[in-house]
Design a protein around this ligand. Structure first.
Ligand code: SF4
Ligand code: SF4
Length: 192
């Protein structure tokens, strides 16, 4: 059974609204003059873009695609991120490696990888879903304003050009790629 909550009691002045509106306007006008004409204002104003706030360590900024040591994208075009994305703003076109590539038959690469940053809700699900640590939101950048929708469509090249906050394009998480001496030698043809 639900708990009964009493209605709050309001005074006659509060029920009439007008005195309360006048009181609210008084606060607004007082703040306006105080913040406009005195140095001692209480509002923490940032003169953006000359001044910028320092974002917290775990701030989710614009995405980036991490690199392998050879500079290619770490992404294997598994589509986990685009499947997890609630805003459906990730578009990936997977490509196959050439038959003489050690990665052929083992994993794919993204021929196209586009994120519509305008539709993105910055939930971070794509980063959580990625099994390869190939997509991150640790650039520390927010979207620059623009009047053109096209400017918010970040393609593979743009996403790969953005470094993390530490300036690195790679990731600290080790992964043993086909062709590496540390790779266990299993692939789609030889079984797991
Ligand atoms: S942060 Fe969320 S909404 Fe944005 S691309 Fe990733 S999964 Fe989609
Ligand atoms: S970024 Fe990660 S989750 Fe998305 S397709 Fe590439 S490997 Fe898969």
């Amino acid at each position: 059974m639900g708990k009964l909550v009493k209605r709050p009691t309001a005074t006659i002045a509060e029920q009439a609204y007008v005195p309360e509106i006048a009181r609210g306007l008084g606060v607004t006008i007082r703040r306006f003059f105080k913040n406009t004409f005195t140095e001692d204002n209480e509002i923490d104003t940032v003169c953006y873009p000359e001044e910028q706030r320092v974002y917290p360590e775990r701030f989710r900024g614009i995405h980036r695609l991490t690199h392998r040591i050879d500079g290619s994208p770490r992404c294997v075009a598994c589509l986990c991120c685009s499947t997890a994305c609630p805003a459906q703003c990730i578009h990936i076109e997977p490509g196959e490696y050439e038959p003489d590539d050690p990665k052929y038959g083992y994993e794919r690469f993204p021929k196209a990888f586009v994120i519509d940053e305008l539709r993105c809700i910055f939930c971070g699900f794509c980063v959580e879903a990625c099994p390869c640590d190939a997509i991150r939101m640790d650039t520390g950048l927010h979207m620059p304003p623009s009047t053109s929708r096209d400017h918010f469509l970040y393609d593979k090249e743009t996403l790969m050009s953005l470094p993390g906050r530490d300036g690195s394009h790679e990731t600290a998480n080790p992964r043993h790629e086909p062709g590496d001496p540390t790779h266990p030698g299993i692939d789609r043809e030889r079984g797991h």
